[in-house]
Design a protein around this ligand. Sequence first.
Ligand SMILES: [Zn+2]
Length: 210
Amino acid sequence: MSGIESFHLEPSTARAFSLLSGGELTVIDPLGKQVADLVAFCGDDTNEWLSSGRTLDYAGTLRLTEGHILYSNRSNPMLEILSDSVGRHDFMFAPCSREMFHRQYGEANHPNCLDELAFALREYGISSDRIPTPFNIFMNVHIEPGTGDLEIREPLSGPGSRIVFRAQMDLVLAVSACSAEKTNAGALGPIDLTLTRNMECIRCKVEDNT
Ligand SMILES: [Zn+2]
C-alpha cells in the first residue's frame, strides 16, 4: 500500500514535509536547468541532520549519484539515491542567502534558499542557523584541475530530469527551487516534487502489532 502526493514549487519558494522510512521522494526539474536544494533532519530528533562531510567521506567522491547513500552527522543513512537521470549535483555549497547576494553581488534582500528553507521548516521548530549544507540537486560545479578553483556552470538537467531518493529513516525534509540566477543558467524556474509514502513502514507494522 502506498500514498502518492505531488507538490509544485514556484520559483524561489520552498516546502517542508515529513517522510517515513521506506518512502520515496522524486525531485523533478520540469523546464530544465533549475537547481533544488535539499536538506534533511531525523524525524525523531532534529539534532541529527544531513551531513555533507560524513557523506563525502563515506562515498569517497564528489559525484554522488544512483546507489550512493546520504548520511547524517551521526553517520546514519538518511537517504539512498535510487535513480538519477542527470548525475551532476553539488554537496559543497551552502544554500544561497541574503548575505551571499549582498557580499558577492551587492544586492540587498534578494530572494534566497536559506530564508525560504527556514520559513518552510519553522513548523518543525528548525531555524535558519540549523540548516546544514544542502544536497544541491542538479547544481553543476566545475573544479579546475591543478588550481582547485570552483566555477558554477549551468545545470545539465533538461525538461523532466529527475532524481529519486528513498528515506532510510523517518525524516523531516525541505526542498527549495533555488533563487540564484547564476546557478540556474540565468533564469529561475519551478521544481516539482512527488512523495510516495510507504504505508507498510516498519514502524506502522510494529504499532499495528502492539
Ligand atoms: Zn539557492
